[in-house]
Write a protein that binds this ligand. Structure first.
Ligand code: GRF
Length: 187
């Protein structure tokens, strides 16, 4: 199988990155991770790039043309899929206009509910019965693109933010790879 070149954007822990690196070792998994972008030089996820000899570019989002730098790297590595895995910056309209191939994001809620930040505390406060995660295409609207995969579970009566996060992330590790497989199965 000819694998697509993918780039993973991270900002922090990088557990989804780690999981995708593992999955991508499978001969039948449709992507090869060729590049990692981090906007945080202290992101824990950078260590997975090093361990797996994947080039990692750290960008300084305070510098005016940082997205231009990202775009050049994306071109250099012939990236045909961008996966946002805990990337805490919003991509500009300009970037989305330039990059014509799929960009997908993983979000820790059942979109369209609970877009944006502090998802777990809002889910608990709201007394939700169900939670989960969503992989979706990225467009100009925050957490607003078409849904590719969504996974759900029921909250326990004594659920707290930590347990919710743990259960949600566990589901993310199957949702993200499934979404990637689904994208290429369609084409
Ligand atoms: C995930 O929960 C994802 O849904 C959200 O950010 C978190 C990233 O976690 N967008 P990690 O860096 O992959 O561990």
């Amino acid at each position: 199988m000819v694998k697509k070149n993918a780039c993973i954007f991270i900002s922090g822990q990088g557990s989804n990155l780690k999981n995708l690196i593992q999955k991508s070792r499978d001969y039948n998994f449709p992507i090869k991770i060729r590049l990692i972008i981090s906007n945080n030089k202290k992101a824990n996820g950078i260590k997975y790039a090093k361990r797996n000899s994947i080039p990692c570019v750290i960008v300084d989002t305070k510098s005016r043309n940082y997205e231009y730098k990202i775009f050049n790297e994306i071109k250099r590595y012939k990236i045909s899929l961008i996966c946002l895995a805990g990337y805490m910056k919003i991509l500009s309209k300009k970037f989305l206009n330039f990059y014509k191939q799929p960009i997908i994001n993983i979000h820790p809620s059942l979109l369209p509910k609970f877009k944006g930040l502090n998802t777990f505390s809002r889910i608990i406060k709201n007394g939700e019965k169900k939670a989960g995660c969503t992989v979706h295409y990225v467009n100009e609207k925050l957490d607003g693109g078409n849904i590719i995969v969504q996974k759900t579970f029921f909250l326990d009566t004594d659920e707290n933010e930590n347990s919710l996060k743990f259960k949600t992330q566990k589901l993310e590790y199957s949702a993200f790879p499934e979404a990637i497989i689904k994208i290429y199965r369609k084409n």
